[in-house]
Design a protein around this ligand. Sequence first.
Ligand SMILES: Cc1ncc(COP(=O)(O)O)c(C=O)c1O
Length: 434
Amino acid sequence: MERLVSQVGRRSAELFERAEKVVPGGVMSPARSFKSLQLKAPVFLERASGAWVWDADGKAYIDYLGAFGPHILGHGNERLLASLRRQLETGILFGTPHEGEVLLAEQLVEAVPCADQVRLVSSGTEAVMSVVRLARAATGRALVLKFDGHYHGHFDGALVAAGSGASQSGDGGSSGIPDPIRQRTLSVPFNDLAAVRQVVARRGSDLALILVEPICGNMGVVWPKDGFLQGLRELADEAGCLIAYDEVIVGFRGQFGPAYPLVGPAPDLIAFGKVLGGGLPLGAYGGHRDLMRLVTPLGPMFQAGTHAGNPLSVAAALTLLEILAEGGVYERLERGSKRLADGLLAAGRRHGWPVSLSRFGSTWTLFFSDQAPSNLIEAKAQDHALFTRFFTGMLARGVLLAPSFYESWFWTLAHGESEGERTLVAAEAVFSGG
Ligand SMILES: Cc1ncc(COP(=O)(O)O)c(C=O)c1O
């Protein structure tokens, strides 16, 4: 117990000991574990407000974990809370359609040029899983091509060379997935059009879908090279298959709507999650009317959910979109995050650390390697020990980061100059070995 207490507070350590007895690994999702950092216990958070969170021992942290991405407004936004309170009092779940979901679907269709229609689901996993099934239904083919280090949720067909938590614990796969299912997903290096071309040449007539994070967020933030997404589009057309963008991390994060217009042509299908729900469970997928009409009850592709269009999640999303659509919001996010990200990189380099940085709007990754990676092999080649030193140093100084070098920092509308400056002071101290 004393070793645990020296890394996190006594109460977190005690809670973790209890959790380990009744929960596998003591955590409800593997990315929350601090195991890969050789820290035995994670911090248990108890309270959050604005840019700050407090652990079970009362210690305050500036929050850059951001619950792994949903909190673009920061914690406890008053307008969001008010809409949730209103919805709590009018009804939590109906099991029928309701006006809010129509409003949200209308707004999404307006904001997302490639989507004539959308379906609301409860998580990013569900959104991408539905996209894959729809692509198979539309093409009558089985094979899916994805990219090493991209994470699309935890359904069977996505767990091949997956990023995020799945990369940390091994090869990005999972036991329990029968070979015939695993073999229907191929994975090649991101930013490698020659590798995609080879798959199209060999298996093009089997390909249902090319599935890609247009800007990847699951091996850290990794941008597509110029022309890569355009090349994918052309190869998909050549193979007669569909292309889907998984925008669960990047959608509505750097601009209002999808991120893809910044980096590539329109996809056939698109998936959202994280930001859209403002911290409540919500995902969405959409596409061209001709594809969406295949979804039940209109067509033969079955997809359903007791919680789909959950009124609380929808209420949060409507308020969130209203706030994000207000002038200057993304400019504010960009200014604040750029200032801090630039400062972190400069401080690390000044102190001789091999660091690089890649950023998309209010999310970025500080890589512990000289050059920002363009694929998973490069992302893996970071100095793990340096990341662990940085993470634990920041944690001790009251700055909470995601506990993996495959994850990103999330800046929010609640973060301000003072949080940025305090973070830089902490980083200076860690980089200088103080
Ligand atoms: C790009 C991407 N797709 C899908 C998912 C799965 O979303 P969820 O965890 O909400 O199921 C994630 C989660 O991290 C993600 O980053």
